[in-house]
Design a protein around this ligand. Structure first.
Ligand code: IPM
Ligand code: MN
Length: 367
């Protein structure tokens, strides 16, 4: 297999975590005889600095001609603290999602028993947590009309959805549920919002095409509570853009840390893979960021390219580091391992193959 991968490191910790994912993909290439051609591209604050544009047209071209996009993170405090800035790094990512038609953002949420004692929630609550968030990504309030009045006293963001926009992601979510535990939960605010009522009506109609899938409906406030009180009930959670953004960060607590969660954005053109965490400026360049969100995004990328055994090898190597306590500072603030060291361990496990993984495991147990 020979594939071209657009590499968008982005801002903050983006470059250092993406570097670990590249290291891991290179290890995969070595072990499985693949070849990856990485093509760097600019996006976000770094792109504004170099070109004045958060999404240079060249970046879109590189992505369109790639088999997949691996993306790091976006955002810079310089813009966060300046609400009057008209050019913002986030416009780059939102623009790229729109340009590539990436309407579905898929965020798997798993609990890792090895981290039980380090997770802020009760371990008993986390048993059997395995669900996936299908977040709509190119519609809703993120992309509606935006306006601040001339006198600066009022502002508005319009939330709008069409049946077509809802249907295309709903079908993907129903199909995913058919291949999982056959349950889909639509999260909305249909007791208040017109757009949510359209989501509910559309999903109710589509549900008749998937009679083997049980459908439940939850208001978003109730869902926010149930995600941390009864998380094992969820299988596929389908929701609109803003609710999905908020709920998936909340759900990351179930896995142990936001730093662990990968995501895949799929749609009309080249799919994009990114950790769900942000640019974490306070950690930039300190070798303390958790690279696993990016490394697990590389696993999703491999799966998307049909390299299922390679994806599994990456996940096994990641699980091995977690099981042996080789965790980053977000999970273990005192005895932690660096970004690069964790990247090296995951890559090392992959190149050595499963057999020698046990040798390393034994060695570390003796120590
Ligand atoms: C995410 C991020 C983005 C979003 C930001 C950086 C625009 O939080 O990917 O979840 O809100 O979608
Ligand atoms: Mn987010």
């Amino acid at each position: 297999m020979k594939k071209r991968i657009a590499l968008i490191a982005g801002d903050g910790i983006g470059p250092e975590v993406t570097q670990q994912a590249v290291k891991v993909l290179e290890a995969v290439a070595e072990r499985f005889g693949y070849a990856f051609d990485f093509q760097p591209a600019l996006l976000g604050a770094v792109a504004i600095e170099k070109t004045g544009n958060p999404l240079p047209p060249e970046t879109i071209e590189i992505c369109r001609h790639a088999d997949a996009v691996l993306f790091g993170a976006i955002g810079d405090p310089k813009y966060d603290n300046n609400p009057s800035a008209t050019v913002r790094p986030e416009q780059g990512l939102l623009g790229l999602r729109k340009a590539l038609g990436l309407f579905a953002n898929i965020r798997p949420i798993l609990s890792y028993p090895a981290l039980g004692h380090l997770v802020p929630l009760k371990p008993a609550l986390l048993q059997g947590v395995d669900f996936v968030v299908y977040r709509e990504l190119t519609g809703g309030i993120y992309f509606g009309e935006k306006e601040t009045s001339a006198d600066g006293q009022t502002a508005r963001d319009v939330c709008s959805y069409s049946v077509a926009e809802i249907s295309r992601i709903a079908h993907l979510a129903f199909k995913a549920a058919q291949n999982r535990r056959k349950k889909l939960t639509l999260v909305d605010k249909a007791n208040v919002l017109e757009t949510s009522r359209l989501w509910r009506k559309t999903v109710q109609a589509i549900a008749t095409e998937y009679p083997d899938v049980t459908v439940e409906y939850l208001y978003v406030d109730n869902a926010a509570m149930q995600i941390i009180s009864q998380p094992a009930q969820f299988d596929v959670l389908l929701t609109e853009n803003l609710f999905g953004d908020v709920l998936s960060d909340e759900a990351s607590v179930l896995s142990g840390s936001l730093g662990l969660l990968p995501s895949a954005s799929v749609g009309e053109q080249t799919a994009l893979f990114e950790p769900i965490h942000g640019s974490y400026p306070q950690a930039t360049g300190k070798d303390i960021a958790n690279p696993l969100g990016s490394i697990l995004s590389a696993a999703l990328l491999l799966e998307h390219l049909g390299a299922n055994s390679a994806a599994e090898a990456v996940r096994e190597a990641v699980a091995w580091t977690l099981a042996n306590g080789f965790v980053a500072k977000d999970i273990e603030p005192i005895n932690y391992y660096g970004t690069q060291a964790i990247g090296d361990m995951v890559a090392g496990q992959i190149t050595k193959g499963a057999a020698s993984a046990y040798q390393v495991l034994n060695a570390s147990t003796i120590i």
